[in-house]
Every structure is written in C-alpha cells, then in structure tokens.
Design a protein around this ligand. Structure first.
Ligand code: NAP
Length: 337
C-alpha cells in the first residue's frame, strides 16, 4: 500500500504507519516511524487504510471512523455487513456514496473475477458461475512464500522437507483443494464462501448461483481462475471479447494458437486484470469459459484500496462528519519493510 500510494502520487500531507505493539518505534525505509494504536494517536486523520486482520479491524475501524477518518479495510471483518459498501473501483464505485465511515475491500479472488464479469453481467445478466481458482501462496503471506521456496529447495536437493506450517500439506510440486479454512460442519472453505457471497454483493444480484473450488498452487504471486459463465440472455464469445476489450481495468490476451493467454508470471507486478481463453462452453448454448489472472497483492488488495482512496478524495467523500482535526493519511498496520 505504501508503494502504491507513492507510485500513484496520492495527495498526502502526513502519513503515519501503525502496527502492533511489537513494531512501535521501528523505522521504515522512507523515514516513517511505526506508531501504536491508542485513542490519542488515531485522532485527526482523513483516511485510514487497514490491513491488520479481522479482529484488529473489528475493534479499531469503528474507533477511527468515530474519530473522523474514513476506513478502507482489507480484512473480511466488515465485507458482508449491510451498512458497509464492498467496492471494486471499476465495478460499483457508486456504492461509496452514503458510506458510514467504513468501506470494505473485497477478497482477492473475488476482486479480479468481478472486474471481468461486470460488463458481461450488464450485457446479458449472469445466471450461474462455476469457478475453479489456482491461487498463489503470496495470498497467505510471507510465511507461505518462504515455505514454498524452502520446500522446493529441499526437494530439488533430495532432502526431506520440514513439517508443513502454512498449509496442511506440502505445497511444493502439489495442488491443495483447500484455499482458506473449513469452518466446523462446512464443506466449503471460507475462501469459497467469500467468493460466492462477495460476488453477489458487488454485482448487486443475490440470484446469481455460484459453485466454487479454491485451490492453492505452488505459484509465488498471481491468482488464476477458470470461470464458466452462464448468462440469462445470449452472449457470443465475439461480443464478450468486444465488451472486455473496452472494459476499464481489463486487458484481453487471447490468441491461444500463438500461445497467448494470461499468465500469473506476467500479471505479477501489474494493476490490470487479464482475461483470455474466451470461448463457448460446448456443453451449454448460453455459457462461456474464461481464464482470468491478476496480481492478488496489487489489484487483489492494495491497488483497489488505493483506487478507493482516490475515488473518495476526488468525489469529496472524505470526512463524512466533518470532525477532522488535522490532515493526514493513516496506513494502519502496513507491514514494516
Ligand atoms: N484482497 C484483500 O483485501 C486482501 C489481500 C490480502 C490480505 N488481506 C487481509 O489483510 C489482512 C492482513 O494481511 P497481511 O498479509 O497484510 O498480514 P501481515 O503481513 O501479517 O500484516 C499484518 C499487519 O497487521 C499488524 N497488526 C497485527 N495486529 C495488530 C494490532 N493488534 N494492532 C495494530 N496492528 C496490528 C501487524 O503488525 P506487526 O508488523 O507489528 O506484526 C502487521 O503489520 C488479513 O485480514 C488478510 O486476510 C486482504
């Protein structure tokens, strides 16, 4: 988030990084010093970007909002709350209007999918989706990236791997049908539930039927998704390609004969969502198949959070209650570099 705020020249007068008590006083690369959260330290901000997990958001997002800031929260804590808009900048920016101080940033696999689905839904109304994801380990965090690299190195040198820690099983040279976690009694992971529920909320259509299998694969960064889209109205692959070629935030890469289609290694580091393999599902006359890829840390998380901050700023939607004491921007709990 700090990198994106810099890259996109977000207008900041004062930026304060917050993290847990463990990190207070730590100096970041750009001369910023990590602060702790307290009633006094959170006063006077216009904007607070949160990426500190659900329980910290549950406690501190309302406190920041009460102190006059607008919170953009990356955790899943507020996403399905009726009073909290769940917003993707290219898809439902209008949902920011009338916010109550907390705005939720969607789950990464949902985010990239709805950017592509929105123009198709507007044209032909989506009836049903069947989604299989191929999710990178960076979505789990640095520990999982290290684990994939350590396991790969060990196995290539014919050594035993250590007991897996980030996942239930070895991730190197494997595919785990277990992205997220299983709540007791649920036969879907929380990641799969988020994909289903958040997609309906963002597209504003509770009737869309969705089947999802979220798979963790040994890719460092960049989520890929195979998406089968069944529409209520007819939609040809040619018309879908035309719509996607002019959709904001979308790049079409679709010449399979020339081995051109979206790849995680190409999408990593980019802010766009890439789509290709656009084709008719031979099993259904109103269904298309798509391959959607994006950088889960950028458009899937930080890029969208900063785009939402830009929209709030441009549209004068900051300071909902006008109680700002000083200008500034708070990156709450951005991981110290
Ligand atoms: N699409 C998305 O929006 C998206 C994508 C990825 C992740 N997420 C969500 O974002 C959240 C964070 O993920 P991450 O990978 O950024 O985690 P992370 O790398 O572990 O960073 C978490 C940060 O939160 C801070 N923190 C933890 N407890 C805190 C507390 N009580 N008070 C203040 N700061 C606290 C940590 O501080 P220390 O450095 O001091 O430990 C750290 O800086 C998770 O909820 C995750 O699900 C969302």
């Amino acid at each position: 988030m700090l990198k994106l705020l810099r890259e996109r020249s977000f207008p900041i007068r004062e930026l304060v990084p917050f993290a847990s008590a463990r990190s207070v006083g730590r100096e970041l690369e750009d001369g910023l010093t990590v602060q702790g959260l307290s009633d006094e330290s959170i006063e006077g901000f216009d904007l607070a970007l949160f990426s500190a997990g659900g329980s910290t958001s549950g406690e501190w997002a309302p406190r920041f909002a009460d102190a006059g800031a607008v919170v953009i929260d990356n955790s899943s804590r507020w996403r399905m709350n009726d009073d909290v808009p769940l917003v993707v900048s290219e898809v439902n920016p209008g949902a920011l209007d009338g916010h109550h101080g907390i705005i939720a940033n969607p789950n990464c696999s949902t985010m990239q999918m709805v950017v592509v689905l929105k123009p198709l839904h507007d044209e032909a109304q989506i009836e049903r989706l069947v989604v299989s994801t191929y999710q990178a380990v960076s979505g789990t965090g640095k520990r999982a990236v290290d684990e994939l690299l350590d396991q790969t190195h060990a196995l290539l040198h014919e050594r035993d791997i250590e007991q897996p820690d980030a996942y239930a099983h070895q991730i190197a040279f494997n595919a785990l049908p277990h992205a997220g976690s299983f709540a007791p009694g649920d036969d879907h992971t929380d990641e799969e539930r988020k994909l289903m529920n958040e997609t309906r909320k963002i597209l504003g259509d509770p009737a869309i039927r969705i089947s999802a299998t979220c798979v963790r694969v040994p890719v460092i960064n960049g989520h890929s998704e195979a998406v089968n889209v069944q529409t209520r109205e007819p939609l040809s692959p040619e018309r879908a390609r035309e719509l996607l070629e002019r959709a904001p935030g979308v790049t079409v890469r679709d010449d399979p004969g020339a081995a051109l289609y979206p790849l995680a290694i190409d999408a990593s580091g980019e802010d766009e969502v890439f789509v290709g393999r656009i084709r008719r599902d031979p099993g259904h006359e109103r269904s298309l198949d798509l391959w959607i890829v994006a950088d889960n840390l950028r458009k899937g998380a930080a890029t969208n959070a900063v785009q939402l901050a830009e929209l709030l700023h441009e549209r004068g939607l900051l300071r909902p209650d006008g109680r700002r004491a000083r200008s500034g921007l708070t990156a709450v709990a951005s991981k110290p570099a």
